[in-house]
Design a protein around this ligand. Structure first.
Ligand code: 6AU
Length: 452
């Protein structure tokens, strides 16, 4: 299931379109579930995503050269949405015959050169609505090539209706619902097993450090209701710009690796800086400086990337000691720049030890330019930010050394502040939907961690 399907099932539940209990269905049978998708049409984004899924289904089925028709009334919004989005002619089936004029049941037929019609409905329970409509298309000499429904909740397929395809089956919804419940249960168990005090909210921590970026990010997270940093590890800066212009409003940080970019261009960099101001996010160059001081300065201010001119955040490995951060403290612009120290890593086999992490924390405390740490847990006080990479719902690692943990684990149990999500967004079917999913998971986990 891709993130768009995940998103629709999530909205079905959140918009109260699915209930559990004892219900009598339209055909008189009893059911433990009630599904009424009418509330979905309140959300244009939901209609759009459903139309996208219908489009994928139609492509998969290789259906072509048809007009589209929504069965009254529930199918109509989707058929019209589809017609507009994919430039497909539509006809309109009435629920009751017109009492005047041509007594038509179907509008839009005059002069129509198409012979085939595709029907759209929201839910199929027995198939009676589809069956009742067939006679009207027959009269209009339109061949029904098939029907696409959002939800197929038939107990059994009687075979009465041909070519019904669905975006979801009842089992998909039930499975998603139990996954969601299990997740909530897991969160609650994690919370109750935690003995520490509840965390301070982001807002309550403003002012605990004099570092301006620290305070800016805390306020920004509260304002955007997002604690999501996206790691856009693409090799094209043009692509990064394009994606940021769509997801920028939902994130607080974009993390880049400029040295993997193949189309680097300083002008484009300036455009990304402008975008970051317009959409309010911070640019983090994940350069992990670790050289002797004089090389660090050249890497930061010079070379082809001139990182100091566009990056708000940069990070450091302290394997060579504190010389880089000492220098950074003198040359950074405190108004909108700060440093992060890598105190722990997410990957298998890294050489970080408790002792090393503690030394990194102590160095962090000595420099005003340090606003936080890259870490897997909250390793010091509330006056620092903790940014955690290696985040994924599936929790399986990649084919190499990366290891993932869930947003809930990072934010609720390990007490960190910002989740850094890379390929689980960039390599998903829909970057936008996955961004929204991780934004929601990150924020709801944070709220849950406050409630203890
Ligand atoms: O979500 P991923 O696995 O696609 O990407 C994770 C990103 C990559 C890594 O360079 C970076 O996070 N990272 C870091 C950072 C941010 O410094 C530290 C670490 O321990 N693990 C890690 O993956 O761009």
């Amino acid at each position: 299931m891709d993130s768009r399907q995940h998103y629709i099932l999530q909205r079905i539940i959140e918009l109260n379109c699915f209930k559990e209990g004892k219900f009598t269905l339209k055909n008189g049978s009893e059911s433990n579930y009630y599904i009424n998708l009418r509330n979905l049409i309140r959300e244009p984004e939901v209609i759009k995503v459903i139309c996208e899924l219908i489009y994928d289904k139609i492509n998969f089925l290789s259906w072509k050269d048809f007009v589209i028709c929504g069965l009254p009334y529930a199918g109509i919004p989707y058929a019209q949405g589809y017609s507009i989005l994919y430039n497909t002619p539509s006809v309109f089936l009435r629920k009751e015959q017109k009492k005047h004029g041509m007594n038509n049941m179907i509008d839009g037929l005059e002069g129509l050169d198409k012979k085939k019609v595709l029907l759209i409905d929201d839910v199929i329970t027995s198939g009676s609505s589809i069956q009742e409509s067939l006679v009207h298309f027959e009269k209009a000499k339109l061949e029904v090539i098939g029907t696409i429904v959002i939800m197929d909740r038939r107990i059994e397929n009687t075979g009465l209706i041909e070519n019904v395809n669905s975006l979801f089956k009842l089992e998909d919804l039930l499975q998603y619902n139990s996954y969601r419940k299990a997740n909530l249960l897991q969160e609650t168990q994690l919370l109750s097993s935690k003995t520490e005090e509840s965390r301070k909210s982001y807002g309550e921590r403003v002012g605990l450090s004099n570092n301006k970026m620290f305070n800016f990010l805390l306020n920004l997270m509260e304002e955007k209701k997002s604690n999501l940093a996206v790691s856009l590890d693409y090799t094209s800066l043009k692509q990064i710009y394009k994606i940021l212009s769509v997801i920028g409003e939902h994130i607080v940080i974009v993390k880049l690796h400029m040295d993997i970019i193949e189309d680097f261009d300083m002008d484009l960099c300036s455009q990304i800086v402008k975008l970051s101001k317009d959409l309010k996010f911070v640019i983090f160059e994940d350069r992990k400086f670790s050289e002797i001081g004089s090389i660090f300065q050249k890497q930061y201010q010079g070379g082809m990337y001139r990182i100091s001119e566009w990056a708000n955040l940069v990070n450091f490995h302290l394997i060579s000691g504190d010389s880089n951060i000492q220098l950074f403290d003198k040359i950074y612009n405190p108004k909108d720049q700060a440093g992060l120290l890598v105190a722990q890593m997410s990957n298998k086999g890294n050489l970080f030890s408790k002792d090393y992490t503690n030394q990194v924390i102590e160095i962090g405390k000595r420099f005003a330019s340090v606003c936080g740490f890259i870490s897997q847990e909250k390793i010091a006080g509330d006056g620092f930010l903790y940014l955690t990479p290696g985040i994924g719902i599936a929790k399986e690692g990649d084919a190499l050394d990366q290891q993932y943990k869930s947003p809930q684990q990072a934010l609720i149990v390990d007490g960190t502040d910002i989740i850094i999500v890379g390929r689980n967004i960039t390599q998903s079917k829909s970057v936008v939907k996955s961004t929204l999913l991780y934004k929601e998971l990150g924020w709801s986990s944070y709220l849950l961690s406050l409630r203890r």
